[in-house]
Design a protein around this ligand. Structure first.
Ligand SMILES: Nc1ncnc2c1ncn2[C@@H]1O[C@H](COP(=O)(O)OP(=O)(O)O)[C@@H](O)[C@H]1O
Ligand SMILES: [Mg+2]
Length: 304
């Protein structure tokens, strides 16, 4: 699969404030790639670098193999972009906005646009300043998708959409990927990303802490095992096992978090003769929170 987006050791500072530091990732054609991180992590900054709206202090990025600043006209023609803070003209209607974009990207086939307007129940006839945030967001979505661009760059796309429309959005992204086109989307919500993407990068304090497939992350995610005993068991019996962490210990009950293959633990458990055991499936939330929690230095650029 050809590489559609390439980000190589990209750094952007804002005075003493951290934008993004030394980030790298690639997105292949047809992928749905997620960019997950809390507010202020650097998601929008990265997206603006990809769009040539910011220049990098160091590092390199290409979109379709092109340079975001030098080739911005060509890149913008081939992408659909939904900004994190959608700027619309307050007095114009949704219809006028869509017509404007249609002209810019020389749209000739309106069938797909009309289909999207219908599916998302977009309000086209009133000035956008009278619309709710969710209704404005829907206009932004149609603007981004209507010309079937090769690459969609969506900055927190479902913010303000009600749950029903979020489901519709999931379908839209899947169709786009099935069509061989590429989607890059940012979010601060794991649930949303989990539902949508094949692969993701987690960004925190301007640095990428992990890039992996959802599938593989899930396999690494901690499983919770709870053991019940009718006799006393020393909590330190589990100390030597790698990938096993004691998270709770009360009379008759021991709770463990397990990230390693389970064989050695099962042998030990058998020796301890519990009266019952329950195991809970891998929880991506816990893994994700662990990445979020791991403390880094405060928001000041490291001394160089
Ligand atoms: N235009 C800017 N001027 C100054 N600082 C900025 C600017 N844009 C981003 N930053 C800094 O970069 C950090 C990351 O911001 P942003 O990329 O908007 O985060 P996210 O989109 O993940 O919420 C912010 O904490 C802020 O300090
Ligand atoms: Mg943002």
């Amino acid at each position: 699969m050809p590489t559609i987006v390439e980000v190589d050791r990209l750094t952007r500072r804002f005075g003493s404030r951290r934008g993004v530091t030394d980030i790298s990732f690639d997105i292949a054609a047809g992928e749905v790639f997620g960019f997950l991180g809390p507010n202020g992590a650097g998601k929008s900054t990265t997206i603006r670098l990809l769009l040539g709206l910011y220049r990098a202090n160091s590092g390199r990025t290409t979109v379709f193999g092109l340079d975001p600043v030098a080739d911005s006209v060509e890149i913008h023609r081939r992408i659909g972009y939904l900004p994190g803070e959608l700027a619309l003209y307050p007095r114009l209607t949704g219809q006028r906005h869509l017509d404007g974009v249609a002209r810019i990207c020389a749209l000739t086939d309106y069938v797909y646009r009309d289909e999207l307007v219908e599916r998302f129940d977009v309000e086209l006839d009133t000035p956008v300043h009278t619309l709710s945030k969710g209704n404005r967001q829907k206009i932004g979505l149609v603007q981004a998708f209507m010309h079937k661009p090769e690459l969609l760059i969506l900055d927190e796309p479902t913010s303000g959409l009600d749950p029903l429309l979020q489901d519709e959005f999931v379908r839209l992204v899947r169709e786009t990927a099935d069509d061989g086109r590429t989607v890059f989307l940012s979010s601060h919500e794991l649930d949303e990303v989990q539902r949508l993407v094949d692969r993701l990068a987690i960004i925190k304090d301007g640095r990428i802490v992990v890039t992996d497939t959802i599938e593989h992350l899930r396999r690494q995610a901690p499983r919770t095992i709870e053991l019940h005993f009718d006799h006393h068991v020393d909590r330190h019996r589990f100390d030597g096992l790698s990938g096993v962490r004691l998270i709770d210990h009360t009379r008759g009950r021991i709770t463990l978090s397990v990230t390693a293959p389970i064989g050695p633990l099962l042998r030990l458990i058998a020796e301890l003769e519990p009266i019952d055991m329950t195991a809970r499936a891998a929880d991506l939330d816990e893994l994700f929170l662990e990445y979020y929690r791991k403390d880094r230095d405060p928001e000041v650029v490291d001394a160089e």
